[in-house]
Design a binder for this molecule. Structure first.
Ligand code: SF4
Length: 462
């Protein structure tokens, strides 16, 4: 299928991407909006964009994803979509009755230049209902940028500082992770005794149970009151710089809530940092329950070390997930030789830092040399692998074509995973998530060893 990918790497003068390692901004915005209770995401653009975004999320989460659209026609594409959006807002509140509509733009409406704040101000919004928006042009950034933009949009419309003294509560922005991860983040925060607001929170929305009754707005999601109250918290923990930091910084600017950026808590070190941040906030010792989990994880890492040691691995996906994964595979004794994200990774040398610099720093500390790229594509990753083969590939479903072409064991992690189910219910974050990752990686490597073993080397105990 990818047999035509050449080994020789040539500089591409067109600057075009081949098999992007990312998807569009509105998908991230839609996902973040689903993390608000009784919110209907609204796609301001043509029906095709909205269908694609809903379908992509539905395929990953295996749950119906609700969203409405401004349904652009040729006329609105030429004359602007103000009338469509105003009609949509009126119809959506009348027919679907959400508490809040979260509007995001698409390439078309960004190109036309529709002025969303002005359109929303002049729309008919029923008493007690809300409309927020985020600009999400898909020719910039990725779904991670879109997620970050919608988090910022919600904070800028809703968060407010209403108390003279901040409350003893911490905001946690989890980043673009599965509901299984969000549940684990909440479980850890609860064990640490911290009063917290997780925003966005898609648990109970995209992993809602089958009850036999269709619910347009399932039980989950951060309530509007909670999002407003984030402005009264003492601290915001932004888990993952690319998806969460901008929202946390806006909250700091708008409501004077200090922001602390941490890595997505994947692996021992990043989870330790998350737990210690909660420990400092809650001013309490780490309960034995978490110590025990950590100890079990370290025991498992020691027991399985020989499966991983020296194995070369290629990683691709979203930047926050990759930062955690790179640190974790290094701690397992693996050698990450190719690391690529499709999301633009921030300018090298900028004050904000860059994906490539962050990863290179980790690799340098570990004495490892690797290909690292932000804003890359899977064609580049495939070429890297052809030139420097690996023992394992970790990434989203799109990696299966490379894995097949090069006959490499493949572990599916990140967004989207479209060809396997149940994954979104289980975490990869926290100590338990790290145990699950070890099981997935270890099984992939051992299955391959079994497949390739000569009869005399086919072992019962491995
Ligand atoms: S037109 Fe833009 S927003 Fe719509 S699906 Fe394509 S890339 Fe995404």
């Amino acid at each position: 299928m990818l047999d035509a990918t050449p080994k020789e790497i040539k500089v591409r003068s067109s600057g075009g991407l081949i098999n992007p390692a990312k998807t569009c901004q509105p998908i991230g915005a839609m996902y973040a909006a689903l993390g608000i209770h009784k919110c209907l995401p609204h796609s301001h653009g043509s029906q095709g964009c909205c269908s694609y975004h809903r379908m992509h999320l539905t395929r990953h989460f295996r749950d119906p994803i609700m969203a409405s659209t401004s349904s652009f026609t040729e006329g609105s594409s030429v004359f602007g979509g103000a009338a469509n959006l105003k009609t949509a807002i009126k119809n959506v509140f009348t027919i679907y009755n959400p508490d809040i509509i979260a509007v995001h733009t698409t390439c078309l409406t960004e190109t036309i230049g529709d002025d969303l704040p002005t359109i929303i101000k002049s729309a008919e919004i029923p008493e007690g209902k809300l409309v927020i928006h985020a600009n999400t042009p898909s020719y910039q950034g990725s779904h991670i940028t879109g997620f970050s933009n919608m988090v910022k949009g919600a904070i800028s419309y809703l968060a407010e500082s209403t108390m003279p003294v901040k409350k003893d509560q911490v905001n946690i922005i989890p980043g673009f992770v599965n509901p299984g991860d969000m549940r684990e983040i909440k479980r850890i925060a609860k064990i640490m005794g911290a009063k917290f607001i997780l925003f966005p929170d898609t648990t109970g929305v995209v992993d809602s149970p089958m009850t036999g009754k269709f619910e347009m707005y399932p039980k989950g999601g951060t309530t509007i009151a909670e999002i407003k109250d984030t402005g009264n918290s003492k601290l915001t923990l932004a888990l993952g710089r690319f998806a969460s930091s901008d929202g946390a910084e806006l909250l700091e600017k708008k409501c004077k809530v200090p922001a602390l950026a941490l890595k997505t808590p994947i692996g021992v070190k990043a989870t330790d940092e998350f737990v210690m941040a909660l420990r400092r906030f809650a001013v309490r010792e780490v309960p034995y329950e978490l110590e025990e989990e950590r100890g079990q994880l370290v025991d498992i890492m020691t027991d399985t070390h020989f499966h991983f040691h020296g194995k070369k691995v290629a990683l691709f996906g979203d930047p926050d997930i990759l930062t955690g994964l790179t640190e974790f595979v290094l701690s397992l004794g693996m050698v990450p030789v190719h690391i690529l994200t499709g999301t633009p990774g921030g300018a090298i040398g900028s004050g904000m830092g860059s994906f490539e610099e962050d990863i290179q720093e980790m690799l340098t500390n570990a004495g490892v040399t690797a290909n690292v790229k932000g804003n890359g594509d899977l064609f580049t990753l495939h070429q890297w692998i052809k030139n420097d083969p690996v023992d394992l590939l970790i990434g989203t479903t799109y990696g299966k074509y490379i894995a097949r072409a090069e006959d490499i064991p493949f572990v599916r992690v990140g967004f989207p995973v479209l060809d396997r189910s149940v994954h979104s219910y289980f975490p990869i974050v926290g100590y338990r998530g790290a145990m699950r990752l070890i099981e997935m990686i270890s099984n992939a490597l051992l299955d391959r060893q079994d497949r390739d073993a000569a009869d005399e080397d086919f072992e019962l105990v491995m």
